[in-house]
Design a protein around this ligand. Structure first.
Ligand SMILES: [Zn+2]
Length: 101
């Protein structure tokens, strides 16, 4: 789970998950404990993109191999759940926006 770099508090899983839907790359997100802005680190952002890369890979596999539709649905659900479970673990926070340096 990510730690706020200002107050050092570890964010809870649910807060982190909510953050994943609202985090803006440039504006960051406000720490629920100290109110300071936090930003996703470059490395964490790169890992998030790699995580989401599974979805297009699934699409390409689908084009190349005749996968039964129920198996597609199962794989999509597995990837989606994996992304939700893994995102809080790969989210790393920074007090400075590394994109504007
Ligand atoms: Zn904080």
């Amino acid at each position: 789970m990510p730690h706020c770099q200002h107050c050092g508090t570890r964010w809870k899983w649910m807060q982190t998950l909510k953050t994943s839907f609202t985090m803006n790359t440039y504006d960051g997100v406000t720490c629920p404990y100290c109110g300071e802005k936090q930003y996703q680190t470059k490395k964490s952002r790169r890992n998030t993109y790699l995580l989401y890369l599974f979805f297009p890979i699934l699409f390409v596999i689908n084009l190349l191999v005749d996968v039964p539709s129920f198996l597609n649905l199962v794989l999509l659900i597995i990837f989606f759940i994996s992304a939700i479970l893994l995102f809080p673990r790969i989210l790393k926070l920074s007090s400075e926006n590394e994109l504007v340096k």
